[in-house]
Design a protein around this ligand. Structure first.
Ligand code: NAD
Length: 295
């Protein structure tokens, strides 16, 4: 019996709920939002879809945290999304209060669960969620650079005409302007650096481009969320670049991590000197941001 709650039934939250249920990853899913009428409407719409797909899972929409009781995993997608031209870090101050209030409510009814943060700026929000919950650090994590890494590998495949499974490339650091591509683990000589850099530039601007064109991004984030859920629920131990806690820097940031039913474990992978130095700059940016906030 797997129970998942999603706090925030906006575009990302409701689409993630649909993908999770469509993949049959839980028995019960609670969607919670302060905009309760729309939230109930999303749950009803999804329920209709589930009956058409003949899936037995239960889904409810509510604004009552008591219904989240006994969740194995709570996914937080509530918050104010980026407007065109805004950076993810611009959102810190607006979203931090919302995050603390949500986590206080969750822990009233869930003494032991995993927390996955999607709300931006995701690394800062995940740090705040862990502090407010006091939950073990391996049980609290953010979506981090999961989506950026998926996009990176798929664009490299397109550019060079190779299969995804041949690629040991990912993005680490902040899910934001200082994210760092790791290309040093790719097979030497097979991928021209100039073309890799061109691919990476598309990743940096990719999310912003979608926001400019349609006001937000939700299909790709929802699938990335469902992949993480699947690895937890089926204990697949997949490696996904999530926002994980790094003790030596006291920061949450994107790093390849093993995802299992126990939580996540950040991997220490070898990268080259330039990548390491860019990673430290990214960590530094996050630490400066955290120091400005009262967490
Ligand atoms: P949205 O505006 O469609 O949905 C946000 C929802 O949060 C709304 O339904 C709103 O009513 C709800 N909400 C606000 N305050 C709340 C509170 N106190 N309690 C409960 N619900 C509350 O936004 P969206 O497009 O779904 O994006 C949600 C978040 O996810 C944003 O912060 C966005 O930047 C982030 N995001 C992250 C990634 C990633 O890769 N990490 C990708 C896409 C979006």
């Amino acid at each position: 019996m797997v129970k998942i709650s999603i706090i925030g039934s906006g575009r990302v939250g409701s689409t993630a709920a649909f993908v999770i249920l469509e993949r049959d990853l839980c028995d019960e899913l609670v969607l919670l939002d302060i905009a309760v009428e729309r939230c109930k409407g999303e749950a009803l719409d999804i329920r209709h879809a589930l009956s058409a797909m003949k899936t037995a899972s239960k889904v409810v929409g509510t604004d009552d945290y008591a219904l989240t009781k006994g969740s194995d995993l709570v996914i937080i997608t509530a918050g104010i999304p980026r407007k065109p031209g805004e950076s993810r870090l611009d959102l810190s101050k607006k979203n931090i209060g919302i995050m603390e209030e949500i986590v206080e409510n969750i822990i009233k009814f869930n003494k032991e669960c995993m927390l996955m943060v999607v709300s931006n700026p995701v690394d800062v929000m995940t740090y705040a969620a862990q502090k407010s919950s006091g939950f073990p650090k391996k049980k609290v994590f953010g979506l981090g650079t999961a989506l950026d890494s998926i996009r990176l590998r798929s664009l490299i495949c397109e550019e060079f005409g190779v299969e995804d499974k041949e690629l040991d490339a990912f993005i680490m650091g902040e899910h934001g302007d200082t994210m760092v591509p790791v290309f040093s683990r790719l097979e030497p000589g097979k991928f021209e650096r100039e073309r890799l850099d061109k691919v990476f530039r598309k990743i940096v601007t990719g999310g912003g481009d979608v926001i400019r064109m349609k006001g937000g991004t939700w299909f790709a984030p929802a699938v990335a969320v469902a992949d993480v859920v699947e690895s937890i629920v089926k204990d697949q131990k997949r490696t996904i670049s999530l926002s994980a806690y790094l003790e030596e820097y006291d920061v949450y940031t994107g790093i390849p991590s093993i995802v299992s039913k126990e939580g996540i474990e950040a991997l220490k992978l070898d990268t080259d000197e330039d990548e390491q130095s860019l990673f430290l700059t990214s960590v530094d940016t996050l630490k400066k941001e955290l120091s400005k906030l009262d967490i």
